[in-house]
Ligand binder design. Structure first.
Ligand code: GLA
Length: 391
């Protein structure tokens, strides 16, 4: 007992010294507490992201605002690797699932952590669509469908990166005519902007030289209890959506817009995510939980379309977008079978959620859904904001 207490004293003293020296030595480091361990929230070592892929330089870019909120982004897949935001005690907490090195992002079946998704966020049935009577066939990478751009979507492409200031990164990419089966040379520009009101703003712009379809989004996996914490089912969620798009068992929308009222999909008022997730419901069965597109009542960049709250850290995330839809995915395919996450974390079943702002899945084949067609001469433009506070 005596020995244990002594050891405990030494461990605590060591932890205090370690914490102090880290917060003093590197300004990219900050002290945090997750729900499990007292540890140090850092962005990964940028050396672990240095590489040349297809003749392009890959690296890690760090943005910071005046409150020390910090975002780390790699131009491999345009991925948000870390986002450190203050909890209700003012301690910085990393709320994004990700990896410590570029290598892990390149492994097969990596779950799109933090990636810019293109050309088409979410699924297109059987990977087929037509424009002006011409049929196109995309990669089939998700059962019988195409998902998130196919086998080498933007999540696996190297963007050109230009850090414009301490709080803004510009990423550009030219997707060649025929890439993944999509028509047209497509020029894409994405900006990550970390504002002083603790918001991460993502803007997307694109032009094409042939008619094509486009649906860009970001695939950040959030855990407001702190990345590496066990579950998000204790988080509260509100989505300003009276309807959602029900899906078949391959997660392709049926084309209907179903009212959420009286279903487990009613998040019009704050609800703990775990409340209804285990209900017997055909849609929950098809999604293996929540993996559905919500029809936003009022897309807006000034009034939140969705809000998540953590009961552990008090962190609140407000989502703003001008997109008509929001895919709420409750991390049903995460398995946590490897300790390959940041700082050795195992990202288990439902240990994160995604709120992917988007046009509706399979819109190219669903005439009643808002069109995702982009023609030469048009400019595709969309913005999403994830804003953080703590209570
Ligand atoms: C999206 C999809 C999910 C799943 C994840 C990645 O959110 O809707 O079904 O494929 O991406 O695993």
């Amino acid at each position: 007992m005596m020995r244990l207490t002594k050891n405990h004293f030494y461990i605590t003293a060591w932890a205090l010294i370690f914490n102090y020296s880290c917060s003093q030595s590197a300004d990219k480091k900050a002290t945090i507490a997750t729900d499990s361990l007292s540890t140090v929230a850092t962005v990964p070592d940028s050396a672990a992201f240095k590489a040349t892929i297809a003749g392009k330089q890959v690296g890690l870019f760090v943005l910071k605002n005046k409150n020390n909120v910090t975002a780390a982004i790699t131009n491999y897949g345009g991925r948000l690797v870390s986002l450190l935001v203050p909890d209700n005690k003012g301690k910085l907490t990393d709320v994004i699932l990700g990896y410590d090195s570029l290598k892990s992002y390149q492994k097969p079946r990596e779950p799109y952590f933090g990636a810019i998704i293109g050309r088409y966020g979410n699924r297109i049935a059987k990977g087929k669509f037509s424009i002006d009577g011409k049929a196109y066939q995309l990669d089939i990478n998700d059962g019988v469908n195409t998902l998130h751009g196919g086998f080498k979507g933007f999540y696996a492409q190297v963007f050109d990166a230009k850090q414009l200031s301490t709080n803004e990164l510009e990423l550009t990419y030219v997707s060649k005519d025929g890439e993944g089966g999509y028509p047209g040379n497509l020029s894409v520009k994405v900006h990550y902007i970390l504002t002083d009101d603790n918001a991460l703003k993502i803007t997307y712009e694109a032009t094409t030289d042939k008619p094509t379809v486009l649906n860009l989004t970001n695939h950040a996996y959030f855990n407001l209890n702190g990345a590496g914490s066990k579950t998000i089912t204790d988080n509260q969620l509100q989505i300003n959506a009276d309807r959602f798009t029900p899906v078949d068992n391959t997660l392709i929308p049926t084309g209907k817009l179903q009212p959420v009222k009286g279903t487990p999909f009613d998040f019009t008022a704050f609800k703990t995510i775990g409340t209804d997730i285990g209900q017997t419901d055909d849609q929950l069965k098809n999604g293996k939980g929540y993996d559905h597109n919500f029809v936003l009542n009022k897309p807006s960049l000034t009034a939140a379309v969705a809000t998540v709250k953590s009961p552990v850290t008090g962190i609140v995330m407000d989502v703003y977008t001008d997109e008509p839809g929001l895919q709420f995915y409750s991390g049903n395919f995460l398995t946590g079978d490897k300790h390959d996450g940041k700082h050795g974390a195992a990202y288990g079943y439902r240990s994160a959620l995604c709120l992917e702002t988007q046009h509706f899945p399979d819109a190219p084949n669903q005439p009643s859904f808002a069109s995702t067609l982009l023609k030469p001469g048009q400019i595709y433009k969309t913005t999403t904001i994830y804003k953080f506070s703590a209570k």
